[in-house]
Design a protein around this ligand. Sequence first.
Ligand SMILES: O=C(O)CCC(=O)C(=O)O
Length: 219
Amino acid sequence: MSERGIGVAHLGTLIDDQQELAWLRDRVDRLVASVSDADQDLVRSQVGGQPLTQVLAPTRLDPELASTGLVERARDVIVGHLGRPVDVALGMVLCKPALHGGVVPWHQDGVYWDAADRAGAGTIWVALQDVDVANGGVQFIPRRHGEPEILEHRPLAGDPTGHGVELTPDEVHARVIGVVDLRLRAGEASFHDGYVVHGSGPNTTDDARRALVLSVRPA
Ligand SMILES: O=C(O)CCC(=O)C(=O)O
């Protein structure tokens, strides 16, 4: 897959050390278990079934999360892939517990970013266990043709005071065609740019689905 054509790319393995993977999984589980109402500015929920735990800027709660060299490895890989300098940072932890019905509705990440940043920005999604549609892996709509554009979104759950947005039903009807299920092995990562429509379904398995989400911005 090439990000230049369809906005999505498989980046290969970013974590091949099983001890690092196990350590990160454990750290994420502890973080998710520890977030409380006091951390509300760091956590947001999504609609659909049950609320999900998304910890924004997770190193504010656990600085050690960025200590394994993953962010630096990701930067090297994405700079090689994109062919231009970028900044990479750990932006979010997103955990779907076992047998969890929460979904991430269809959206484009670029809707959250300044228009001036969109062209050079994107998201690296790192799987901390094998991921496919059964455990709520990310699903994409590859871009087909024309100039990338930000589509019409609406507030999640009809709540304009919340942070989250989702594509409007009309856009979902028109655009959500040819869904691609992302399958990643533990430690592998994907990249998607800000224009790629994506979302994810429920975790129907008996293990948690954990991901580290890294932000890529023009340097
Ligand atoms: O982890 C998920 O299910 C969705 C992640 C997402 O929306 C993103 O990485 O931009």
